[in-house]
Write a protein of this length. Sequence first.
Length: 157
Amino acid sequence: MTDLTSYHHFLRMDIASFEEILEVVSPLIKRQDTVMRQAIPPGERLAVTLRFLATGESYSSLQYIYRIPAQTIGKIVPDTCRAIVKALKHYIQVPKTEDEWKSIAHQFNNKWQFPNCIGALDGKHVLIQPPANSGSYYFNYKHTFSVVLMALVDADY
């Protein structure tokens, strides 16, 4: 794709970041072709998942963009999310000493004028199609079905 702005807008990340994640996640999400069908490539699996996470679009909406049945997307997204967590968990580091915590607070104060802060936490409701027989488990106060995506970041996001 040559239109980098559109690419970034669509997946909420640049090509280099996508390729980096794809490289570490591919072995975990790659599937074998069979006599019955060709497997959906890892890049497409990751793209569908990132689009879902970035927009909260329904599986039925994504099926028209990617030409993958909604039921299949319903299996791809959780599977790919588990693979992303497994592959990238070593990137998450928690400070171990008092000085490291103080350094983070210092960065928040310098960069954002937010004293004594050691992290910024936020969440987003990601719309889903509820699994069969899940009742009201995924039903939220906005009268939609969703899972909550939480993110905790330092002063540099």
